[in-house]
Design a protein around this ligand. Structure first.
Ligand SMILES: NC(=O)c1ccc[n+]([C@@H]2O[C@H](COP(=O)([O-])OP(=O)(O)OC[C@H]3O[C@@H](n4cnc5c(N)ncnc54)[C@H](OP(=O)(O)O)[C@@H]3O)[C@@H](O)[C@H]2O)c1
Length: 252
């Protein structure tokens, strides 16, 4: 088992990639605090994985709140004795608006979940890692949309912020043995489109040209495989990287 006894916090664990990451990590022996807002989903996940490797503890909360992320990481330390790995996966889409149409409410909503949440959790995780004194591992879920236009202005900017935050953290804490990498998925079959609402048609009509070049969508399990690579010692010399998992979309 590649994560035997590791203490992990995974955000956005109630569906899509986060759920697949919890399933894969638990089977590899990890003990996991599974964070999201939908309690029933998290309870079902924990129940399903009960006899299947590590422990999974549901933690219900909004990742955009600093106190929630602090509590989730404190819970990992309390229950599992330490923190080894943080996976910032929770995220929401924008409505595909180009900058000329963007509403303040959308900027605030998307940045709160996609950027502020990871900043709060990374700050807390790094403090715990430094106190423990033996390194640590952070995996952020960015997007192909950080590098090219796959959604609206706000979503792309939020994911570009995550790429920058990933590289900065990798460099700053390199001497402390803390690794920080990101995954940039292409199009993956999940429930993410439910967070989009009604698309802005100016943006949608431009983005659909980019979408037309996409390969068949990938699965959440394929992202979980990439996350397992980054979480395990198989990637021990990988730091500050953005691993593109897009079936070749960006190569076109
Ligand atoms: N699917 C794609 O094609 C694609 C491509 C590139 C990048 N991504 C990124 O991949 C990540 C995972 O998304 P997904 O595709 O797996 O979508 P998903 O199925 O919609 O899952 C999103 C998860 O985030 C959680 N979440 C959303 N807002 C939250 C909040 N305020 N507090 C706590 N949890 C919250 C949701 O749980 P609750 O609703 O229960 O809170 C859910 O578990 C996101 O960061 C997304 O931007 C997705």
């Amino acid at each position: 088992m590649k994560l035997n006894g590791k203490s992990v916090v995974v955000t956005g664990a109630s569906s899509g990639m986060g759920k697949a990451i919890v399933e894969r990590f638990a089977k590899e022996g990890a003990n996991i605090i599974a964070v999201a807002r939908r309690k029933e989903r998290l309870d079902e996940l924990a129940e399903a994985l009960k006899d299947n490797g590590g422990r999974v503890i549901p933690f219900v909360g909004d990742v955009s709140k600093e106190e929630i992320m602090n509590e989730a990481i404190d819970l990992a330390v309390k229950e599992f004795g330490r923190l080894d790995i943080l996976v910032n996966n929770a995220g929401i889409m924008d409505d595909m608006s180009p900058i000329g149409d963007v509403k303040n409410e959308k900027i605030e909503q998307v940045f709160a979940v996609n950027v502020y949440g990871p900043m709060y959790s990374m700050r807390k995780a790094v403090q715990v890692f430094l106190e423990q004194g033996d390194g640590g591992n952070i995996i952020n879920v960015a997007s192909l949309g950080a590098m090219r236009t796959a959604a609206g202005a706000v979503y792309g900017a939020s994911k570009a912020a995550i790429v920058s935050l990933t590289k900065n953290t990798a460099y700053m804490y390199m001497p402390n043995g803390i690794r920080c990498n990101a995954i940039a998925p292409g199009g993956i079959v999940t429930e993410i489109s439910t967070s989009m609402g009604m698309p802005n048609m100016n943006g949608y009509n431009r983005v659909k040209n980019v979408m037309a070049t996409a390969p068949a969508p990938g699965s959440a399990e394929q992202i979980a495989s990439a996350a397992l690579f980054l979480a395990s010692d198989d990637s021990s010399y990988v730091n500050g990287d953005v691993l593109l998992v897009d079936g070749g979309w960006a190569a076109g």
